[in-house]
Design a protein around this ligand. Structure first.
Ligand code: FES
Ligand code: FES
Length: 186
């Protein structure tokens, strides 16, 4: 059965008619021409299709397009402010040479954006020592665990981790300077 739907992607609104079984990944790639998100496994196993739905990372191969009409969808094409201003993570991946073939990179980038937000919000991971801590330091173990849903066939992990860490660091430094001030005010 086909349905008329509206998708909000990277700040633009699209109206399209889709089979109700169409995945968000197929709608983005095949119908909207946004081929940044990649189809790796099509089974939720590799993370190549990761996009952001209302700021949270999801595997778009497991999401139905019809179910996400109210969401603000961001794909890798929407991360940069404009052609001259890459997202800090995009720049850091370039600076660290954090890819080889690049197939997994759009998913890695979207996943890292979502992951940094989760850490800022204090979400623990399975390697977090203190599950109740309001502040999480993103060391290598935390980054590896939190990014473990994104596979890289070229095994560029040795450069992906420091690329993400470099972007996480300034945000964490701000948090660390804010915390003693907040505690002193209590
Ligand atoms: S293509 Fe979606 S997780 Fe692999
Ligand atoms: S850079 Fe080739 S799969 Fe990750």
């Amino acid at each position: 059965m086909d349905l008329e739907i509206t998708l909000r992607v990277n700040g633009a609104t699209y109206q399209l008619s889709v089979d109700t079984r169409t995945t968000l990944l197929d709608a983005l790639r095949e119908r909207l021409g946004l081929t940044g998100a990649k189809k790796g496994c099509d089974h939720g196993q590799c993370g190549a299709c990761t996009v952001l739905l209302d700021g949270r990372r999801v595997n778009s191969c497991l999401a139905l397009a019809v179910a996400h009409q109210d969401a603000q969808i961001v794909t890798v094409e929407g991360l940069a402010t404009d052609a001259d201003h890459l997202h800090p993570l995009q720049q850091s991946f370039i600076d660290h040479d954090a890819f080889q073939c690049g197939y997994c990179t759009p998913g890695q980038l979207c996943s890292a954006v979502g992951m940094l937000r989760e850490a800022e919000d204090g979400w623990p991971s399975t390697v977090s020592a203190d599950l109740t801590a309001s502040h999480i330091t993103l060391d290598d173990d935390e980054i590896r665990e939190r990014m473990s849903g994104n596979l890289c066939r070229c095994a560029a992990y040795a450069n992906i981790v420091p690329a993400i860490k470099d972007v996480a660091k300034p945000a964490q430094e701000v948090l660390e300077t804010q915390q003693p001030e907040q505690e002193a005010r209590r």
